[in-house]
Design a protein around this ligand. Structure first.
Ligand SMILES: Nc1ncnc2c1ncn2[C@@H]1O[C@H](COP(=O)(O)OP(=O)(O)OP(=O)(O)O)[C@@H](O)[C@H]1O
Length: 305
């Protein structure tokens, strides 16, 4: 298995609980990967293993050709921005930036200063006096300016408003275009970030449910919408991944069966829409847990009778 960061048959058990079970996954070099999954799926645990914060119960973890645990040569090339990053009590924003500059060999001072301005972070203010969103912004500045060959963001934007989140996406994309690196980003805000993701790893209850590039994932499904009775006719011989229905109008995501599906749908007068990664991820997670798409299903069945 090749990749900038890999887990090979990794199991991670905590007392009485298996957080990851026989996980094998390779995070490709110079790719932005979304690490997705429901609460408690094992995303943070996986990142902790990649960053040497934990040692697996069994299996191998390798990052940039070496084991990360207590390995400075590897760790200096990894930047891990955690959901609730803590800083020493006396740290001002400026101190957090200065310390990070000494930790990461590829640190870019100009970029850090620019990002501090962009996020309007007061350099002299103690980090512990910042708002929740501003503290998240500090983590984002450090993560981006580190230019670490492997950069991991674990839900980096707690409390960040929509404008600041968009700023993060824009700056990440712009800097990544000029300095490609391996970025792994865990998030629940799939919809707004999906255009950024080149690859998706979906974890469900400690197991890898999906490991696919975003383009091919989108190409596995078709979203059609239109009058419920016509939609029902179209989906009769398709595997339905997701249904929504409101007042005689239905929208379904189906597994693509043939290249002619799209044409068949438009022939029937249905609208073919882009398939959202979020809908696919929700559908796959639901299928894995056996959770039916109840409300939508019922509504759909009612209107299509
Ligand atoms: N130190 C620990 N001791 C016991 N159980 C733990 C420990 N750390 C994590 N777990 C359990 O392992 C599972 C995976 O947790 P993890 O934090 O990796 O999930 P996650 O996908 O990051 O969730 P979220 O999206 O809610 O942040 C959870 O059931 C969690 O309770």
């Amino acid at each position: 298995m090749t990749g900038a960061a890999t887990l090979d048959r990794v199991t991670m058990r905590f007392r009485g609980h298996t957080a990851l079970s026989d996980v094998s996954v390779a995070f490709q070099a110079d790719t932005i990967t979304g690490l997705l999954g429901r609460n408690g799926a094992g995303k943070t645990t996986l990142m902790q293993l990649l960053t040497g914060h934990r040692v697996p119960t069994s299996g191998q973890v390798e990052v940039l050709g070496g084991r990360p645990y207590e390995n400075d040569a590897v760790l200096s090339r990894i930047c891990f921005i955690k959901e609730s990053q803590r800083y020493p009590d006396h740290f001002r924003v400026r101190d957090a930036v200065e310390v990070a500059a000494t930790l990461y060999p590829s640190w870019d001072r100009d970029l850090a200063e620019q990002l501090l301005d962009d996020f309007e972070l007061p350099r002299k203010r103690p980090v512990k006096k910042l708002s929740r969103g501003m503290t998240s912004a500090v983590g984002i500045v450090l993560g981006l300016a580190s230019r670490a060959p492997v950069t991991l963001f674990d839900e980096p934007y707690l409390g960040l408003d929509a404008v600041a989140r968009q700023l993060f996406y824009d700056r990440l994309l712009a800097d990544y275009a000029e300095h490609p690196r391996t970025v792994v980003l865990s998030t629940h805000l799939i919809e707004e970030i999906s255009d950024l993701l080149e690859h998706i790893v979906l974890i469900d209850r400690g197991r890898v449910l999906l490991d696919a590039d975003a383009e091919s994932l989108r190409a596995t499904a078709l979203t059609v919408a239109g009058p419920a009775d016509i939609v029902a006719r179209f989906v009769a011989d398709h595997r339905v991944l997701r249904r929504e229905a409101v007042a005689g109008h239905a929208r379904v995501v189906v597994q693509l069966r043939s290249v002619t599906d799209r044409h068949a749908a438009t022939e029937l007068g249905l609208t073919v829409e882009p398939t959202s990664i979020q809908q696919l991820v929700v559908a796959l997670s639901r299928a894995a847990t056996g959770t039916p798409d109840t409300q939508a299903n019922t509504a759909f069945e009612e209107v299509s009778r």
